[in-house]
Design a protein around this ligand. Structure first.
Ligand SMILES: [Cu+2]
Length: 145
């Protein structure tokens, strides 16, 4: 057999490695579900997948919320108008807020892996409107009380 064809067959036979996915989240002044919103507001990822936050409207950012990241995780902090791109390697739930619009309920949830919703995530301190949106997002995705 020609060596090049042989090499090609070997490549085809090799098991396909898990390819990291890239997800995009729009930061919006107004979305289909209301004002000051991430679209989508929930993502379920595999460890190693990436998320990029897009400036669909100006004046937003994406920051992990204290007490709403997996144990020992440093989280991330995008600057205002920064289209931050993050790789999420650690399994668990991540609560994300827009700093200027946290009190208006601009939050989202990312689940990495197959982990269950930790009680600490539900108990973490959040402004009333943010908490209400968290509850709604979690319930809609099967993590309700
Ligand atoms: Cu915002």
């Amino acid at each position: 057999m020609h060596p090049i064809i042989f090499a090609l067959l070997l490549t085809l036979a090799a098991p396909t490695a898990a390819v990291a996915e890239m997800y995009e989240v729009k930061m919006l002044n107004r979305g289909a579900a209301g004002p000051m919103i991430y679209e989508p507001d929930f993502l379920s990822l595999q460890p190693g997948d990436k998320v990029k936050f897009l400036n669909a409207s100006a004046g937003h950012n994406a920051v992990t919320i204290e007490g709403m990241v997996p144990e020992g995780n440093a989280g991330f902090k995008g600057r205002l108008n920064e289209e931050i791109e993050v790789t999420l390697d650690q399994e668990g739930f991540y609560g994300i807020k827009c700093s200027p619009h946290y009190a208006m309920g601009m939050v989202m949830v990312i689940r990495v892996g197959e982990s269950a919703l930790p009680a600490s995530f539900v108990a973490a301190d959040a402004p009333e409107r943010a908490r209400k949106r968290f509850d709604e997002i979690l319930a809609r995705n099967g993590f309700g009380k």
